[in-house]
Design a protein around this ligand. Structure first.
Ligand code: 4FD
Length: 263
């Protein structure tokens, strides 16, 4: 897959995409990331890419012409049509489902805004999809682009090894991930749940699914309501909720010993 990024800060995007799983995916030629700087498509002495906003008020807007020329050059270098995505707080929320669909495309382009964003006319004519990585404002679309590149890049065939397999990710089944533990078995902070040491793979899978269901129920009920649970999952979640309720009860009845530095 190839991802073209239109950005005033190509170094930021390239460096974000150069490390870890996604950096390795590029080395293995499973993923190609190219950047295009709109400043290279200006002709004036100051390489101007922005101007003040009509209607007044503070803040600058990215101008049509440099971006139009940049996108034309990017599209000319492509054999196929390119799906162009604009990163902005006004976009549809990026989800793992959308990431999985984008990861199957041969080519996407990411348009990064700075200042107050891009002239609406350029967006209307050149952009296929507007995405937001979350309900907060960044000083530019570059970190959003880096998020898309990472999420999509790690799903390319061969990017993850067996141990990292994407099937185990949070959200791949619509649920949050279960807790994870490693050495040592006993620590001052607590012990590893016994079932994980039992070697009983069916019991371990059951425990993990129950934890996933329970965490999703308590932390992200919005996800759970979008998720059709089978009988097994319903039973596991009921079990978790009963345990959760009795733990809450115990916590209220005998408040845990208040150990302090003075003890
Ligand atoms: N939540 C996001 C994307 C970009 C951004 C920008 C209009 C500002 C947050 C277009 C206004 C781009 C996001 C740059 N902030 N800032 O995905």
């Amino acid at each position: 897959m190839r991802i073209d990024v239109v950005t005033l800060f190509p170094d930021v995007v390239r460096q974000c995409a150069a490390v870890g799983v996604v950096g390795r995916a590029q080395q293995r030629e499973l993923l190609q990331v190219e950047t295009w700087n709109p400043r290279d498509f200006t002709f004036d002495r100051h390489r101007t890419v922005d101007a003040t906003s009509y209607g007044g008020g503070p803040g600058m807007v990215m101008m049509i012409e440099p971006l139009r020329r940049t996108l034309a050059a990017m599209r000319e270098a492509a054999a196929e049509p390119v799906h162009v995505i604009y990163l902005s707080p006004q976009g549809a929320r990026l989800t793992q489902g959308r990431v999985e669909a984008l990861a199957k495309l041969p080519r996407i382009a990411l348009l990064c805004g700075r200042y107050e964003g891009v002239d609406e006319r350029l967006l209307a004519h050149e952009v296929d999809e507007e995405l937001s990585i979350g309900d907060y404002v960044l000083s530019g679309g570059e970190l959003g682009a880096a998020v898309v590149i990472d999420a999509v890049g790690r799903l390319q065939d061969g990017a993850l090894n067996d141990a990292q397999s994407a099937e185990q990710d949070s959200f791949s089944n619509g649920l949050l991930d279960c807790p994870h533990y490693t050495k040592p078995v006993h620590d001052a902070l607590g012990s590893v749940p016994e079932v994980l040491l039992s070697g009983d793979h069916a019991a371990i899978a059951r425990w993990r699914l129950k934890q996933s269901l329970g965490r999703t129920w308590s932390r992200r009920p919005d996800l759970l309501s979008q998720c059709a649970l089978d009988m097994t999952s319903r039973a596991l979640l009921d079990e978790f909720r009963r345990e959760h309720a009795s733990q809450e009860q115990a916590r209220k009845e005998l408040p845990r010993s208040n150990k302090t530095v003075d003890d």
